[in-house]
Design a protein around this ligand. Structure first.
Ligand code: HEC
Length: 166
């Protein structure tokens, strides 16, 4: 009886430590896969990766998220999709969480990041870090009415009903 109890204790201790090790390794990979998945379905590459929409999303991850020097110009001025691969290098997870919940200039859908769960945002951050630093920082945003010398896409609404009726 005694030895049977000892044996079953030994067995359960053995399987406990196996359980404790496996999820840790698995959790990291699951987290990175989740980060990549969120990035892809969150359309982050559409703006943050040059040429991504033109290539119908068929660009290797080495080229992802290096930011763009083609601005978006509208009533807010001119904004440039940030180089996220450089951005995450200088940020801790805590700083990333705080940063991505702040308002940003259009057309960045910052409210989507604001409403994400912490663990999803951290998965994104960790995945982006695995891509490593690449490219140059995007130009600084320009205030409304300020002329810019970079290429830009005009986001000014045209032909709105109240304008058309004038
Ligand atoms: C429609 C275009 C667009 C899409 C889609 C987009 N972004 Fe952005 N993003 C921008 C622009 C433009 C800026 C610069 C905003 C500013 O200057 O305030 C920006 C800024 C950011 C910043 C701020 C970086 C800094 O300077 O601190 C982060 C972080 C970011 N985007 C992450 C993401 C993530 C993650 C996704 C996908 C879920 C995403 N973006 C999707 C256009 C976009």
């Amino acid at each position: 009886m005694k030895s049977a109890l000892f044996f079953s204790l030994l067995l359960s201790t053995g399987s406990l430590s196996a359980v404790a090790e496996t999820p840790n390794i698995g959790a990291d990979e699951v987290m990175l896969e989740r980060g990549r998945y969120l990035l892809e379905i969150g359309s982050c590459n559409d703006c943050h990766t040059p040429g991504f929409p033109e290539a119908a999303g068929e660009l290797p991850s080495e080229q992802w998220l290096t930011g763009s020097a083609v601005g978006f110009q509208g009533p807010w001025g001119t904004s440039y999709p940030a180089n996220l691969r450089l951005k995450v290098q200088g940020m801790t997870e805590k700083e990333w969480l705080a940063r991505v919940r702040q308002p940003m200039l259009p057309p960045m859908p910052w409210y989507s990041l604001r409403d994400m769960k912490d663990e999803d945002l951290i998965a994104l951050y960790r995945y982006i870090r695995t891509l490593g630093p690449a490219g140059d920082p995007a130009p600084k945003p320009a205030a409304a009415e300020m002329a810019v010398s970079t290429p830009y896409i005009d986001f000014t609404p045209k032909n709105l009903p109240q304008q058309a009726s004038r």
